[in-house]
Design a protein around this ligand. Structure first.
Ligand code: HEM
Length: 414
């Protein structure tokens, strides 16, 4: 394979750091001439996900409509067949993936979703709102008088971790370990070098807690899962559920907060506009940051029959890469899509949370956390700005900044 082909391969974990995000020039090129683009396997990409059997080639969907339509159709484009990530799995490992809520058979997925949805509904979220507001204030208290910090881990990662632990009913003494594991899980490319196996460690914590919740139900999410007699989930399903939430509920929200601050620095006019009337602009600004950055850049599906996508033939068993990043910059839906505009009228139409039966259950919660945290930051450290170039995660999956030192005028007399 030539160098040119490799640098155009989405299975190159150096691509996002090199481009400071998803490779939009490639997506634009493909969308214009080859919108359902074949991404071949990458023989250089050997550092695959632990437990996976490899990574084969896949069809990349670059048009909004195709990503949306495929996401809506579980029968033809399955999350169950081969899981939802670019890495392939076989045998027991595939079974393990399938016990994950996100890759269950549609009927099982619907049943579990019914049990886990209540804490994510508006009424429950309104109850937890004051807790989130208080946590956001405490996090900013801890840095505001300092004048500098490392934004990713000193600030952005803390709120989603504590919120997730509150939601699940995870006691305080487990929280640092859960946070470390969530971070290590997201860092797929370095996971094999880590001094511990984050999946196994989270499984251990999940089982200890499940035991505790069986003895002392507390009405929180993990307790609901463990004690629901209609579901009778086996220990592996509980483990996987725990792992999914530790990663899905944390890394994504953290990265969106980091991108938000980075973008406000890159686009001072947008920052000034936000500061001129925070309440009027913040909700749309969060959607625009989600659209513009697509922290979770992709999930995958597998075709269950020979079919076509947007007029392009795909075969039974083919893997389909839903590029949320490309869809969110499709000019057919978003005018001048590479412009960052917090007043964009249709920013909310983004697919950063996916679509269809597997649409993100935590979307409202994520937005609520972002609003609380950014409210504190914009009002108390208004001149916050990165120092030097932020460091991007090496990843074929997440568009994430993993180190961003920042400075700001220290807050006085609080
Ligand atoms: C900015 C923050 C977030 C982003 C960008 C994001 C992104 C996504 C995306 C793209 C999906 C679709 C998966 C698919 O179609 O296969 C998804 C699903 C999911 N997300 Fe999020 N997410 C975020 C925050 C959260 C939070 C805060 C939680 C929970 C505390 C959460 C829990 C989940 C779960 C459980 C699913 C699986 C839903 C299903 O398969 O039915 N996410 N997320």
């Amino acid at each position: 394979m030539s160098v040119a082909e490799l640098t155009e391969n989405l299975l190159d974990p150096g691509l996002f750091p090199a481009e400071q995000g998803p490779p939009h020039h490639l997506f634009d090129k493909w969308r214009a001439a080859d919108p359902v683009h074949w991404n071949p396997e990458n023989p250089e990409y050997v550092n695959a996900m632990p437990g996976s059997s490899g990574v084969r080639g896949f069809w990349v969907l670059t048009r909004y409509k195709d990503v949306f339509d495929v996401s809506m159709n579980q029968e033809l484009f399955s999350s169950y067949e081969n899981g939802i990530v670019v890495w392939d799995f076989e045998g027991q490992e595939l079974e393990r993936q399938r016990s994950n809520f996100m890759s269950m058979k549609p009927a099982d997925h619907t049943a579990v979703k019914k049990v886990i949805m209540p804490p994510f509904m508006p009424r429950a979220l309104a109850e937890i709102a004051p807790v989130i507001e208080k946590l956001a204030a405490e996090i900013v208290d801890s840095i505001a008088s300092e004048g500098h910090c490392e934004f990713v881990f000193d600030v952005a990662s803390r709120l989603p971790i504590v919120t997730f632990c509150e939601l699940m009913g995870i006691p305080e003494h487990y929280r640092d370990a859960v946070a470390d594991c969530g971070n290590a899980m997201a860092d797929v490319e370095n996971r094999t070098n880590a001094s511990f196996d984050p999946t196994m460690k989270l499984f251990g914590i999940a089982q200890e807690l499940a035991e505790e919740k069986r003895r002392n139900p507390d009405g929180r999410l993990l307790s609901a899962m463990v004690n629901d007699t209609t579901l009778n989930l086996d220990p592996m399903a509980i483990n996987q559920f725990f792992v999914v939430f530790a990663m899905a509920g944390h890394e994504t929200t953290r990265s969106t907060a980091v991108h938000f601050i980075n973008l406000m620095n890159r686009f001072p006019d947008q920052c000034a506009l936000l500061r001129s009337d925070f309440d009027a602009h913040i909700d749309n600004a969060i959607d625009e940051v989600l659209r513009f950055t697509s922290t979770t850049t992709n999930f995958t599906r597998t075709a269950t029959a020979d079919t076509e996508i947007g007029g392009h033939a795909v075969k039974k068993g083919d893997k389909i890469y839903l590029s949320y990043a490309a869809a969110n910059r499709d000019p057919a839906v978003f005018e001048d899509p590479h412009r960052f505009d917090i007043t964009r009228a249709n920013a909310k139409r983004h697919l950063a949370f996916g679509a269809g039966p597997h649409i993100c259950v935590g979307a409202r919660l994520a937005k609520m956390q972002l609003r609380a945290l950014l409210g504190q930051i914009v009002s108390r450290t208004p001149d916050i700005h990165p120092v030097g170039e932020p460091e991007w995660l090496r990843s074929v999956w997440f568009n994430a900044i993993i180190r961003m030192p920042v400075e700001f005028t220290p807050e006085q007399g609080r």
